[in-house]
Design a protein. Sequence first.
Length: 250
Amino acid sequence: MRKPYIAGNWKMNMTPSEGAAFAKELAKAVEGTNTKVMVAPPYVTIPAVLEILKGSEIIVAAQNMSDNLKGAFTGEVSATMLKDLGVTNVILGHSERRALYGETDAFINRKVLLALAEGMEIDLCIGETLEEREAGKLEEVLSRQVEEGLKGVSAEQMQHITLAYEPVWAIGTGKTATPEDADAAHAYVRSLVEKLYNKGVAEELIIQYGGSVKASNVKALMSKEHIDGALVGGASLSVEQFLPIVNFDK
């Protein structure tokens, strides 16, 4: 029922020229894939990647956006600016934004509502720290992040939301939740969405896993019932590493 969705978050990597070269190679490599594919370049690299991927089915997303449409907000980029470039998707609530820049659930929710109002598709990230998991707070953290992050979002608007479960302790560390642990967390998130909305919304919701996903573990992760895709970091920075993840079912 749910089409696999593999996304590459380049973070602060790839200059415009590097991103364009990567996009050209990737576009050729993924022709005919059965997977929905997205890449999220840095802001300055987005125009070059969009130009190369024009006519391609690969989605180009922003890694973040402001909670305002315009104004005196030095260094910020608005949904209006992204849309004018041709960007239709945005990642919100990434753990690095939460941890390094103090983004709260309420702040992220403002961005979610603004992005939806502007007609954008959203990849909303959630996930616990190692300390929270070891303290038995996994469900508490996920409940708060899902409920607060989706506050004010209607059932109809949920078709524009993808959730990405990323245990913070597994990001960039080489550690990965076991497929069983990841699937259990995904199942819990799906149950939360069912309580907030209904079974139909929960069953249609795409939930990605993020956290040191690579070619060697993607098949095991994607074989699980509630894992519908992956939000990939380091392994999305080369076609050689990213392509086997995209083509996990081949």
